[in-house]
Ligand binder design. Structure first.
Ligand SMILES: [Zn+2]
Ligand SMILES: [Zn+2]
Length: 551
């Protein structure tokens, strides 16, 4: 016991919203909590997906005994296929979480994953660690928090949560279970997403009332867009549509998939006889139709974007349509969402969205709820997780306010090792925990340098200069030819190009006249001459690639 060490290592999700992954390591085993992805930022050109760098797990894979997934959101599940390709370990999750994961793993062609269903009532033994699951409310059903029993006390992990007293499925966050660890918790790891938001969240049911009101007064067709995983939101929209006997069509691949999985597993109850195919809605009176669609994040290829842009196979937005965007843009998506709202208005629709109507509440605890969690668990140590750095900082301040000593509040970053022992906590070790980029079929073959090149290309374009040189006579016998992309219009810049060619000609001739001819110097000289010249004349710095051909 005196020598027992418990290591908690965040590999993702701290200092960012997305790619959540946490390692819990005892002397004899290691478990991973969540394996999420993150959507790339605008300047990560061409990147499809960002994953946590899980090299630490790879290096200790013999110790890895399992992966626990707290809920089915992509920022907690998206990296799972990539982990399972390398380590065939059991994956633990609740029924809906595993249902969503099963579909995802099948897409990736992962055969026979070892999925183990757990329920909040049961206790799981993974090596020497005993894991208890605690039901939490969130913007997807079937989420859980964890209380992991260790010789040093419990590690309590909230997962993504809020305290909704009247949740749609009647299953509130289990206050009593969290409070059962009061005083026994070594450390609390808690969701910081809304640590800046004062007060309490409104209940999800209040959104149901707003939806009923908007759908009730709509004269034409209703199109509602939401997160495809927000099963309770979809349930409330469907229930509201059923009051007016509207038929419901589901649009968009992820919405169709998730509605299918959730209704099959009993998490979504589609009003009997209401579901129709999108093609059938064309011949129905608009006042008897509701479409449930993807695209609430402004994704350019989503069903809603295509409807708004008049490129959807079955649906064009027309005057009289009511469109409800029942979601908040995830940070980074604000611009694309407002672009779609503009398009929808231009097409003549009535559009309702978060900033003008009560059509959304968050799935993450606000300040008073976060304080309540801290007071219920009363941990010795506190680590804010799941948030950008300022969210973690704000959450730390809340913890101080409820009486956790400042020295026991650990604001950490990805890769920080927090090592607990009977003596206290040590935090001076760091492990690799950057980003792994996915682009097409490549995973991890693109590093920061490639991204930087892509940024430069996007900013000022590229210029290729080709010169053919006879090494015997030391004369230029072809070129210089300049080809550019994304720099200037070649046709209209003939003069600039002629001058550039003359400069290159002069620089190369000068080098050729020297006794010793060095190709590396020649290439460098060509590059810097052009670079200097273009910058002087255009104040732009295209990437310059000299191709010197020797004959
Ligand atoms: Zn979540
Ligand atoms: Zn999350």
């Amino acid at each position: 016991m005196a020598k027992y060490k418990l290591r908690i290592i965040p590999l993702g999700g701290l200092g960012e919203i997305g790619k959540n992954m946490m390692v819990i390591e005892s002397p004899s085993e290691m478990i991973v909590i969540d394996a999420g992805q993150m959507f790339p930022e605008d300047e990560m050109y061409g990147i499809d997906l960002v994953l946590p760098d899980f090299d630490y797990v790879r290096r200790h894979k013999d110790k890895l005994k399992g992966i626990i997934i707290t809920h089915g959101h992509e920022d907690h599940t998206g990296a799972l296929p990539y982990l399972l390709r390398e380590f065939n370990v059991p994956v633990y999750g609740t029924r809906l979480t595993l249902g969503l994961i099963t579909a995802k793993l099948a897409e990736f062609g992962i055969k026979r994953p070892r999925l183990k269903e757990v329920s909040p009532e049961q206790q799981l033994r993974i090596g020497s660690l005993k894991v208890n699951f605690i039901r939490v409310c969130h913007s997807i059903p079937d989420g859980v928090g964890l209380a992991i029993e260790t010789p040093l006390g419990y590690v309590v992990h909230t997962g993504d949560f809020k305290f909704d007293q009247t949740p749609v499925d009647g299953k509130p966050t289990e206050f009593d279970r969290f409070s059962a660890y009061s005083g026994k918790a070594l450390v609390l790891l808690s969701d910081s997403t809304n640590a800046e938001m004062p007060g309490y969240n409104k209940t999800e049911k209040s959104v149901g009332e707003s939806l009923r009101e908007l759908i009730g007064k709509a004269r034409g067709r209703v199109i509602i867009a939401s997160f495809a995983s927000h099963i309770h939101r979809i349930q409330q929209a469907m229930d509201a549509a059923a009051v007016d006997k509207r038929k419901i069509a589901v649009v968009g691949r992820s919405m169709i998939n998730n509605v299918g999985i959730a209704s099959e597993l009993g998490y979504l109850k589609i009003p009997p006889g209401a579901l129709v195919d999108i093609a059938e809605t064309k011949n129905m009176p608009p006042s008897k139709v509701m479409l449930v669609s993807t695209g609430s994040q402004g994704e350019p290829m989503s069903a809603l974007a295509r409807m708004a842009g008049k490129s959807h196979k079955y649906v064009d937005i027309v005057p009289g349509d009511t469109v409800i965007i029942s979601a908040n843009p995830v940070p980074g998506n604000e611009k694309s969402v407002s672009r779609i709202i503009d398009l929808l208005f231009k097409a003549g629709a009535d559009v309702y969205y978060k900033s003008v109507s009560d059509v959304h509440v968050s799935g993450h605890a606000a300040q008073e709820e976060l304080k309540m969690m801290l007071n219920l668990v009363k941990p010795k140590y506190f680590i804010p997780i799941h948030g950008e750095y300022r969210h973690l900082k704000y959450h730390a301040l809340l913890a101080e306010k409820v009486g956790i000593p400042r020295s026991n509040i650990l604001v950490a970053e990805n890769g920080h090792v927090l090592e607990f022992s009977a003596k206290g906590v040590k935090r001076d070790e760091r492990v690799e925990a950057g980003m792994t980029f996915v682009d097409g079929l490549g995973v991890g073959d693109i590093g920061d340098l490639v991204i930087r090149d892509r940024q430069l290309l996007a900013q000022d374009g590229i210029c290729v200069v080709v010169v053919t040189i006879n090494t015997h006579t030391k004369q230029i016998i072809g070129g210089p030819d300049i080809i550019s992309r994304g720099f200037v219009l070649e046709k209209e810049s003939a003069e600039l190009y002629d001058e550039a060619k003359a400069k290159v000609m002069k620089a190369i001739s000068r080098e050729l006249s020297l006794q010793v001819m060095d190709w590396a110097i020649l290439r460098n000289e060509t590059r810097s001459t052009l670079s200097r010249f273009f910058y002087e004349r255009t104040k732009r710095r295209p990437i310059i690639i000299p191709i010197l051909v020797e004959i």
